[in-house]
Design a protein around this ligand. Structure first.
Ligand SMILES: [Cu+2]
Length: 259
């Protein structure tokens, strides 16, 4: 269901969507059943002139069945959900498939720095390529990432990859993803990290091999201008309160454009 709102662009997104669907259908089934039963009973036993109310203690065996049976069935549903959640957790968090390339993501109040490994596929070497608020990856390659924070807890969230991971100061957190669909997708900090948290956004572009090579070459020789750089080099963002929200260059309009 989530794919109707945010398309899936990673190899494990399908499994995560499946888990969310499973939870939605199971919880939805009980929601409709219990509310349906409640509305039915409310109508069936509504107040009627001359009919006295009945006091039911729920202590007799045939009355307790109404609690025991749904309870037992819900436990079975829970076991299915937990098994599904463990399976997806092992696939996404416990398993690291062999890497094709590596990136490092560094968060700070309130921007993102990305370090691409460069042609040698290794971080912390001469050919590393650094960008701000602008990540580039190649389709169908397994990326191992390192997440670091310079100040407070941030969260690296890429909804299209179904990826979300806290970044904790003093720690380097490892993980992986494999993009499967070329396009540009949102990155948004998903941990309340201060008053600039809401505008701590960035973009990840999933390239075909050719466009990846071209973009990386352009970044290396300084001719690449990202959407973030275009905004940075453009006219300064007006201070909120000095412009009307309806102005085309207003802060609200610029903010809306950045997402
Ligand atoms: Cu944040």
């Amino acid at each position: 269901m989530i794919e109707y709102f945010v398309e899936n662009a990673s190899s494990y997104g399908g499994e995560i969507d499946w888990l969310f669907d499973l939870i939605t259908y199971m919880v939805g089934f009980w929601f409709l059943l219990t509310f349906g039963a409640m509305v039915y009973l409310l109508l069936k036993f509504r107040y009627r002139e001359g009919v006295p109310a009945k006091y039911i203690t729920g202590e007799r065996h045939n009355e307790k069945r109404w609690i025991h049976w749904p309870h037992n069935i819900i436990i079975v549903f829970d076991v299915v959900l937990i098994a599904g959640a463990i399976w997806v957790w092992v696939l996404v968090k416990q398993t690291m498939p062999p890497k094709d390339d590596a990136i490092r993501v560094i968060a700070q109040q309130w921007s993102w720095s990305f370090i691409h490994s460069g042609p040698d596929g290794k971080l912390d070497t001469e050919d590393d390529i650094k960008t701000v608020n602008d990540l580039h990856v190649e389709v169908n390659k397994v990326y191992h990432f390192e997440l670091q924070s310079r100040d407070v807890i941030h969260n690296f969230a890429v909804p299209a990859f179904r990826l979300r991971q806290d970044m904790i100061p003093g720690r380097s957190i490892a993980g992986w993803f494999e993009p499967t669909l070329p396009g540009t997708y949102d990155i948004q900090c998903a941990e309340m990290c201060g008053h600039g948290h809401g505008i701590m956004s960035a973009a990840v572009t999933v390239h075909t091999p050719e466009s990846y090579q071209q973009t990386m070459a352009a970044i290396r020789d300084g001719t690449y201008e990202s959407d973030y750089l275009r905004r940075l080099n453009g006219p300064p963002t007006p201070i909120p309160g000095t412009v009307k929200a309806s102005d085309p260059d207003s802060y609200a309009t610029l903010l809306a454009k950045s997402f």
